[in-house]
Design a protein around this ligand. Structure first.
Ligand code: GLY
Ligand code: MN
Ligand code: MN
Length: 451
């Protein structure tokens, strides 16, 4: 029987080739001629004045072609042809050459194996009229490619736009990445009951997902109590928490270069009832927002609906003493939900093209009230978006409201005596937008906080 992943991957390559043929044809129609595109994986970089490498990641546009490990590979794309991968496998005894990946790419793409970056350049053939996508400018120069053909803006806009529309293969990789994260989330959740340190829970996550630290798509957030109020909390405390009110875990996994990005919040034994209620209500709101992911709809409006839903929660739980409508209009939800509702997800955790206006380029700025909203592009079938509303109790953002006209709208006693210690709640899933409605790629694997 044919391997289903190979089938999906074969279609992916076929589709991406046709997309990029069309992109080059569109540019040619505007007088910008490129005979093809060289995608460069990129070289390894070292820490300053050191011989130790910075953990390596390939150029994402290269990674869209194949999940090849290690640096310096080239992918030569010529319109109308299956692209050739020039894979660099050093003959080395200091470091192990990058391991082959259990993936069907060598059966689908012609692969030429060479021993050095210089050999890869030599094997590229006549590419001086090509565009170059990558960060090693010396490689472009060695290939004879003009400076103006290095990541030309009009071409990059088209490639970025296309990365926003996932092929079925890419969706499958993201789904597998969510499946891979699931045992990590389950392990951290059950470990939390015994009150382990953030560091111990992080180590348990790595073991359960069979990831090295450097293979994660982003730094895990494993946050006890008030640490959950730091949106990208990066530390991993060594000590067991003195009390256990809340645990927030925002952690993903990687499969064939694609990321998942998942957050759950688990109130613990010392959590006050009001916080449990906030978590339950935010979970209901999050599922409603996931349900509203539809082609042709505005993500900005969805973000606004999140603020309105959060205003309801803050009113109903007594955190704000004004009506939900008034809370929204007076922007009192902003200190509690200071980030965007979500972002595109794919080869990068914050994937490209989320604010792009059209395939040709242009930027749609977020409304001034929501400067951190990463997604202003209209929703379309094939996009994978995170939906991640949150409610946080962040002293720095609450401080300015303690005096002045808005102060009486807040229940400070409730905030200070019961909620600050919990840090906050975020619930995040990875959602595929389709014509037939949304598909949550992560919740089936990870479950909800009450499951
Ligand atoms: N884990 C980073 C984010 O949710 O955007
Ligand atoms: Mn996210
Ligand atoms: Mn996240």
């Amino acid at each position: 029987m044919e391997d289903p992943l190979k089938e999906l991957y074969t279609e992916h390559i076929d589709l991406v080739c046709r997309q990029y043929d069309a992109a080059l044809a569109a540019l040619a129609a505007q007088g910008k001629h490129y005979a093809g595109i060289v995608f460069a994986a990129g070289g390894e970089l070292l820490y300053h004045a050191d011989d130790q490498p910075i953990p390596y990641r390939p150029t994402p546009h290269f990674a869209r072609w194949a999940p090849v490990q290690g640096p310096d590979h080239l992918l030569i794309f010529r319109p109308g042809e299956t692209p050739t991968l020039i894979r660099v496998v050093p003959r080395d005894y200091w470091y192990e050459p990058p391991a082959p990946v259990d993936h069907p790419y060598p059966e689908v793409l012609p692969v030429e194996v060479v021993a050095t970056a210089e050999d890869a350049i030599d094997s590229a053939g006549e590419v001086k009229d090509f565009a170059y996508v990558g960060y090693d400018l010396e490689v472009a120069e060695a290939l004879g490619i003009d400076e103006e053909a290095i990541e030309p803006e009009e071409l990059m806009a088209r490639l970025d736009w296309l990365r926003g529309l996932k092929t079925p293969y890419e969706v499958e990789c993201i789904r597998l990445a969510a499946d891979r994260a699931a045992p990590g989330h389950a392990t951290v959740r059950s470990g939390a009951r015994s009150g382990h340190s953030e560091r111990a829970l992080h180590a348990a996550y790595l073991a359960a997902t069979a990831h090295l630290e450097t293979e994660l798509p982003y730094a895990n957030i494993i946050a006890w109590n008030e640490h959950a109020a730091t949106l990208h909390y990066q530390s991993k405390d060594r000590g067991d928490p003195p009390l256990t009110a809340n645990l927030l875990i925002d952690a993903g996994a990687e499969v064939f270069g694609y990321a998942s990005d998942i957050t759950r919040t688990y109130p613990q034994s010392a959590a006050p009832l009001v916080f449990r209620e906030i978590v339950d209500r935010l979970d209901t709101l999050q599922r409603k927002l996931v349900d509203a992911v539809r082609p042709g709809r505005s993500y900005v409006e969805l973000h606004e609906a999140a603020h309105r839903g959060i205003a309801d929660i803050l009113h109903e739980t007594g955190v704000l003493k004004v009506s939900a409508e008034e809370a929204f209009e007076r922007q009192l939800t902003d200190p509690f939900f200071p980030h965007g509702l979500g972002h595109h997800l794919g080869l990068q955790v914050h994937d490209v093209g989320g604010r792009q206006a059209a395939p040709e380029g242009g930027v749609i700025d977020p409304p001034p009230r929501y400067p951190y909203l990463r997604t202003t592009r209209e929703m379309a079938a094939g996009q994978v978006l995170t939906i991640e509303p949150g409610i946080y109790f962040i002293p720095l953002l609450l401080e300015p409201h303690r005096q002045g006209g808005h102060a009486s709208a807040f229940d400070w006693k409730l905030i200070d005596e019961e909620l600050i210690v919990c840090g906050g709640v975020r619930i995040e899933d990875d959602v595929l937008c389709t014509e037939d409605g949304p598909e949550d790629l992560s919740r089936p694997a990870v479950g909800g906080h009450r499951d």
